[in-house]
Design a protein around this ligand. Sequence first.
Ligand SMILES: NC(=O)c1ccc[n+]([C@@H]2O[C@H](COP(=O)([O-])OP(=O)(O)OC[C@H]3O[C@@H](n4cnc5c(N)ncnc54)[C@H](OP(=O)(O)O)[C@@H]3O)[C@@H](O)[C@H]2O)c1
Length: 303
Amino acid sequence: MRVLIIGCGYVGLPLGAALVRQGHEVFGVRRSAEGEAELKAVGIQPLVADITKPEELAKVPSPFDWVVNTVSSTQGGVEEYRQVYLQGTRNLIKWLATMPPKKFVYTSSTSVYGQTDGSPVKESSLTEPASETSKVLIETEKVLLEAAQQQKLPAVILRVAGIYGPERGHLFQQYLKNEAKIAGKGERIINMVHRDDLVNIIIAALKNGRAGEIYNAVDDEPVTQIHFFQWLSEALGKWMPPFATEEENAARKRGLTNKKVQNRRLKMELGYQFQYPTFRQGYTAEILSLERAGRLNIEPEPR
Ligand SMILES: NC(=O)c1ccc[n+]([C@@H]2O[C@H](COP(=O)([O-])OP(=O)(O)OC[C@H]3O[C@@H](n4cnc5c(N)ncnc54)[C@H](OP(=O)(O)O)[C@@H]3O)[C@@H](O)[C@H]2O)c1
């Protein structure tokens, strides 16, 4: 297959590398030529374009059999979200209209579920997030679902949970730096997916995902923050982090969701089998790899 990956970052780059290993012809888009060597090193043919600029997209050598949009907003503000996700997606739909790919995969986010009561959520659950940025993601999904319905673009949406893996995983990184704090009583639920699984989920969606369908890309075990830290604490032989102060909790609480994201559709429809079914396997691998590299110097911090 001739594949285009738009946004060759933390996920897009190893995705491209995996597709190259499987024998596909892979092109990768970024906004600048800076990282070209990184792409070439894994066999991806680098292209420069900004999807917020239709005139730059027009120069990308189409057609493609598969297109993946793993672009991410760097700053994170609402206006940038609108530009990068919503307008970027509209531009892609327009650009691909005359030569649609066989499959188009977009990585949305589980932040579109605004539930705060710890309830299980699946793809058909209510999506009414309080956060303005998540509302933009819902709008982006709608634009893609409409395009799929009108048979303009065979789009598949993956709602991705918190990605962790080499050098990533916010709470884990904070914990290693002794900067983590337990929010509230630690009862908030975290939903995660390992980067290597996400790569394989995207490939499964390219191969077998149904156009106009949404799949949650999340592992088998939603876990409360306190249980996550307890596991890390035992695995690393390190103190539990302290509880956040009332002020810190008040500052953080706004817009936070709390839900257990379900992955049944991913497993039943795409037959996806996880390499890291839970954070336990995924973080065991990360910890071992840090240990082997001599980068895990745990010293119990004073209390
Ligand atoms: N991180 C998470 O926990 C999480 C959770 C849910 C969903 N997601 C989604 O998962 C996907 C992959 O995330 P990631 O962590 O791999 O992101 P990332 O590491 O930030 O990579 C994003 C890539 O997109 C490129 N890019 C940014 N703006 C662009 C534009 N306007 N036009 C073309 N390329 C552009 C960036 O390269 P240049 O800067 O060089 O252009 C970079 O290579 C994203 O869609 C993200 O929204 C992430």
